[in-house]
Design a binder for this molecule. Structure first.
Ligand code: GUN
Length: 283
């Protein structure tokens, strides 16, 4: 058996076409959705992610405002910029690309973003909303994974879901979202003993550990759905996920590739959250 492919590129294309209709409806009310992106320093990966976000905005008719700040910007100056963007009517979403340099208190920065413009969903208020199952802006990567899972047509309720990785950006919010969908959720992390003992029980396995080749076929249950959130650049320049795709695809029923799986969905859900923010202004 070879797994069916969960095609994030195709789903993204489909969603982005629909976004253009929503942008048209907003234009009829004189509103163009706008996203402000703050990039601090010149981390190459962050620059690439930010470039992809700006490109997606252009593709969907969303205005983007890129603020590229030098790595030695003071925390006070960064907070001042966020305060200005919070007050700016043409901006519906404010995003600070992570990671930030060590002299800046990340939590203080994220908490400075207006809750109603927090399209990344990282503000504590929105994190709390996620815990009780009522958030305006679900974090983009787990939100994208949830939509990818829906394309398989498989009901999540009652399934054993194993999430590998417990980050604030992916693993923890992912676990909460699937808990609200009534899955039985196990979260594994760097200190988990005998990872395979957990992953082998997963009907749905979501891997966000940032370790190429972490999940091999013997760790996967026959017929499992496997979603690979990892994006790793190998020394030879190739981009791979955390899952040994070629081995695992013969065991899984569905599998998401890297690239072309979760990656495009993360940016697409950022646009979804930005559109929702702009639409909320008309309510
Ligand atoms: N760095 C890695 N992933 C993300 C993300 O989803 N949002 C932001 N703002 N920074 C990130």
């Amino acid at each position: 058996m070879s797994a069916q492919i969960i095609d994030g590129k195709a789903l993204s294309r489909h969603l982005r076409r629909r976004f253009r209709e929503r942008v048209g409806a907003l234009a009829a009310h004189g509103v163009q959705p706008g996203l402000a992106v703050i990039l601090v320093g010149d981390n190459p990966a962050s620059r690439l992610y930010v470039a992809n976000k700006v490109k997606a905005c252009e593709e969907c008719g969303v205005a983007s405002f890129l603020h590229a700040c030098s790595a030695d910007i003071t925390e006070a100056a960064l907070l001042g910029l966020i305060a200005r963007l919070n007050a700016e009517r043409t901006v519906h979403g404010v995003l600070v690309q992570l990671p930030l340099p060590p002299h800046i208190d990340m939590r203080r920065v994220l908490e400075a973003i207006a809750v109603e413009k927090d399209v990344d969903g990282f503000h504590l208020y929105n994190v709390g909303g996620l815990v009780v199952g009522n958030t305006i802006f679900p974090p983009c990567t787990p939100y994208g994974v949830q939509l990818l899972l829906e394309t398989t047509g498989i009901e999540v309720a009652g399934k054993n879901v194993v999430v590998v990785g417990a980050s604030n950006i992916v693993g923890k919010p992912m676990a909460l979202m699937l808990l609200h969908k009534e899955a039985t959720v196990t979260v594994c992390h760097a200190k988990t003993r005998d990872l395979a003992q957990h992953t082998i029980l997963a009907d749905i396995l979501i891997v966000a550990a940032g370790k190429p080749g972490l999940i091999v076929a013997q760790m996967v249950k026959h017929g499992a759905i496997v979603i690979d959130v990892g994006i790793n650049r190998l020394p030879d320049g190739r981009i791979v996920g955390d899952v040994d795709f070629d081995g695992v695809r013969d065991k899984a029923s569905w599998i998401s590739p890297v690239p072309g799986g979760v990656g495009p969905m993360t940016v697409t859900m950022l646009i979804e959250n930005t559109l929702r923010s702009a639409e909320r202004c008309l309510e």
